[in-house]
Design a protein around this ligand. Structure first.
Ligand code: ADP
Length: 170
């Protein structure tokens, strides 16, 4: 099942919320800042441990990795790095990778419900119409395959983002 809601992803009572992180994993603005503020310092502490271990050079664009969710109602945060929008280069495959890999990491945890923000559409400037097309089609494809995930909820920040996602959903 695929749901669209307008709201704040940090309030979602789901197994996994996806964070539009940056490669450093060490926090940023937008949804990343909101997740760390509301989730408390344990998420950042885990991110630092990831950087000290397997992700010494940071998380590559399109990859995803999980931490626990601190004080958030969710059980885990899956951090993914979206591509920065480019008018001259087609980076759609990387935005699709973010969604596919986030769902695969969620499934590896046995998650049933996953909430996504509109990855790359804030500071990374990806146009909402195009981001919606890529996000919705990639998630639908994954849900049609072998996965523990039964519910994906897109949590759109503001009426405009919600309306655009709604208009692109078939
Ligand atoms: P990126 O760097 O991937 O563009 P941003 O965090 O800047 O990431 O923006 C991604 C999307 O998340 C934007 O559409 C932004 O409006 C939205 N956003 C910001 N805060 C929240 C929140 N608390 N819940 C859900 N979405 C949010």
């Amino acid at each position: 099942m695929l749901e669209l809601v307008e709201g704040d992803i940090t309030a979602q009572e789901v197994d996994v919320i996806v964070n539009a992180a940056n490669s450093s994993l060490l926090g940023g603005g937008g949804v990343d800042g909101a997740i760390h503020r509301r989730g408390g310092p344990s998420i950042l502490a885990e991110c630092r441990r990831l950087r000290a271990g397997h992700y010494g050079r940071g998380l590559r664009v399109g990859q995803a990795v999980a931490t626990t969710a601190g004080r958030l109602p969710a059980r885990w945060v899956v951090h993914t790095v979206g591509p920065v929008w480019s008018a001259t280069e087609d980076r759609s495959a990387l935005l699709a990778d973010c969604h596919r890999n986030s769902l695969r990491v969620a499934a590896s945890l046995g998650a049933v419900s996953v909430a996504f923000p509109a990855v790359s559409t804030g500071i990374y400037r990806w146009p909402l119409e195009s981001a919606a097309d890529i996000a919705l089609s990639t998630v639908a494809e994954e849900l049609a395959g072998e996965t523990s995930v039964k519910l994906v909820r897109f949590v759109l920040f503001g009426q405009q983002a919600y309306d655009i996602f709604r208009s692109r959903a078939v």
